[in-house]
Design a protein around this ligand. Sequence first.
Ligand code: F6P
Length: 319
Amino acid sequence: MALAIMSSGGDAPGMNPAIKKFVDYAYKQEEDTYLIYDGLEGLIDNKIEPATYLDVAGILHRGGTIIRSSRSKRFFEYEYRQKAYENLKSHGITGLVVLGGDGSFRAMDKFSSEFNLNFVGIPSTIDNDIYGTDYCLGVDTALNVIRDALDKIRDTASSFNRAFLVEVMGRDCGYLAIVSAMISGAEVCVIPETKFDYKKVGERLRAEVNNGRNYALAIVSEGTGQTGEVHKWLQDTIGLETRVSILGHIQRGGNPTVRDRLMAFAFTIAAVDHLLANKNSNKVVVYQKGEFKLLEIKDVVSGTYQLPQKYLDAIKLLD
Ligand code: F6P
């Protein structure tokens, strides 16, 4: 029996600690391990190598993923999925761990409906948008990167009469934006999940400006597509000269935080234990209310992640 691990889609801090734990933990159980390089593209091209402890030495503290990742178009085609399956079989791989996000899990759901697989997904995406889990690897590190940027932006914002608009990642999910707005005390937060009330927020902000507020911080989630619109509103309607910072891919980098390392270990141990105890099982390890569980991949990809109500309530206070 041999186990393999791959990363797929956007990389996330925490992937490396997961890869290290995978190799070390499986080795302790006397299992052979393989690393699949370059994500689904590498699976198609048979970039599959046996792993030793040397491959994963000194990687724990590094962001990104040492086995690299990809977003594969070819994997949408059956002939390439078949090739991927044959590659796994040719190495005798009977269990696969996939570090990935929503798109990767959809691909694995399709793959597992066609071929006899035994895999476990570990939610890994800074977007924190996977149904069924309260936490995805990489989120804490990304939030700390954003917090650091926002603290610095506040320093300069408070020295001028200006508004600062910061666009954060998250794809269609406002998790990064909402948490960042809460922990930075932002005055404005715009997320895809709720309609932004320009009139109501504008009245409050203008009153505050009239009362002496001389700067403001606005967090806009990329998924809203409203960065330009909010910029114009801050300048023209609120009357604050406004600078825009799009944080971009720095949010995906950085050394994994303590939380991301510990979560990576726990997710990985749950994944390997499950693979060793089961056959033909296609699951995702999820973290719910402080506990690790396994959900069917079908249920994970058919559900939609909802932002916690307590966070939605918190930004309602900014209305
Ligand atoms: O899914 C992670 C993420 O960083 C999203 O927040 C963002 O929209 C997207 O990936 C960017 O993708 P890429 O790295 O392919 O430009």
